[in-house]
Design a protein around this ligand. Structure first.
Ligand code: AQP
Length: 327
């Protein structure tokens, strides 16, 4: 089985990225899948317009992934922008994509509703994503539940291309989503997302993490009373607990007797404990950027070998580029 997925270097790596996507990357690494993971810097261009910052963020995300356990010897870890076939395929896919399909995208509509500027790049994000995943003949794409609709759109675009050109040129892969995780809520209860300012960043300073958790908004329910359901505090605590502990948190939440501050301390402790080894490794890696750069270059070479083959097949069928040599 071949899998492909990406993460945007548009801000610090957060708990939603980890539980929705990265944890699956780590599971698949031990499951003998051939895996390609890219730093989605072309996607990040929809929100970051500062070259130095984006370059540093890409390297920082690579360090985060390796510190969390991704092994660049076993998987191809690379920058999306190192594969020129990606934007080429995206353009071809854009020519078969109805605008209405993109306008129905939840992520696009949510971002407009939150006042983000509606650039053509933001609207056509799923087309670029379709190129990212169709270019490698992948079987599956490990993603968080928030990306399921984009993946359906990508599959639909791939099917349209095959139909237009009359051949099975690209292979629409399926989504791999962890049902138990669903969409990880942010501190305000909406989806945890880099652009919403509601994240728990895995490599943030410990004092800052604790401060953010203590700042989660709660109501005035007294310590001894049952707490109302639907709080991101309980949801986050459950996600970081074993099934038995989660059951106990749910029980005490509904029974009363534990105050919000105690739950907040537990959440902060779980988070710090869970990622303490990765945080130490991350500090070591930040002193060796040249190692990360060379891993990214090697990853790009591996990914590009597949991308060239798929793009060769697709571009020939589309009638663009110099044809393969005669005879
Ligand atoms: N809250 C989440 N719950 C579950 N999975 C999530 N993922 C992201 N947020 C959650 C998964 O992480 C992978 C990489 O996501 P991304 O870099 O595209 O997403 P992001 O960090 O949340 O960024 P946004 O909000 O989508 O975009 P920007 O940067 O514009 O804020 C994906 O597999 C995603 O499902």
């Amino acid at each position: 089985m071949r899998v492909v997925s990406g993460i945007q270097p548009s801000g610090p790596t957060h708990l939603g990225n980890y539980l929705g996507a990265i944890e699956q990357f780590l599971d698949l690494q031990t499951a003998a899948a051939e895996a390609l993971y890219f730093i989605a810097d072309l996607h990040a261009l929809t929100t970051v317009h500062d070259g130095q910052r984006l370059h540093a963020a890409s390297l920082s995300l690579a360090a985060d992934l390796v510190a969390l356990g991704l092994d660049p010897e076993r998987v191809a870890l690379f920058r999306q922008s190192d594969i020129p076939e990606v934007p080429a395929l995206a353009w071809l896919l854009a020519t078969v994509t109805p605008v209405g399909l993109l306008e129905r995208g939840h992520a696009y509509k949510d971002k407009l509703a939150r006042g983000l500027s509606g650039s053509a790049g933001l609207l056509t994000y799923p087309v670029l994503m379709a190129a990212d995943i169709l270019l490698y003949d992948a079987d599956a794409v490990p993603v968080g539940a928030d990306q399921q609709q984009h993946l359906e759109i990508a599959r639909e675009i791939g099917t349209k291309l095959n139909r237009k050109l009359g051949a099975l040129l690209v292979k629409p892969p399926r989504a791999l989503v962890k049902p138990a995780v669903a969409i990880v809520p942010g501190l305000d209860g909406t989806k945890m997302s880099k652009s919403y300012g509601n994240t728990l960043d895995l490599f943030a300073d410990e004092a800052e993490l604790r401060r953010r958790i203590m700042g989660i908004q709660t109501d005035s329910t007294p310590v001894e009373a049952p707490k109302p359901l639907g709080s991101p505090l309980l949801a986050l605590l459950e996600l970081l607990s074993s099934p038995e502990e989660a059951e106990e948190h749910r029980r005490s939440w509904s029974a009363g007797g534990v105050g919000y501050a105690a739950y907040k301390h537990r959440l902060a402790d779980r988070l710090v404990e869970r990622f303490s080894a990765a945080r130490a490794q991350r500090r070591r890696l930040s002193e060796r950027p040249e190692l990360l750069e060379s891993s990214l270059r090697r990853g790009a070479e591996r990914a590009r070998a597949i991308a060239r083959e798929v793009w060769g097949r697709v571009s020939t069928a589309a009638g663009i580029g110099s044809p393969p040599a005669f005879g």
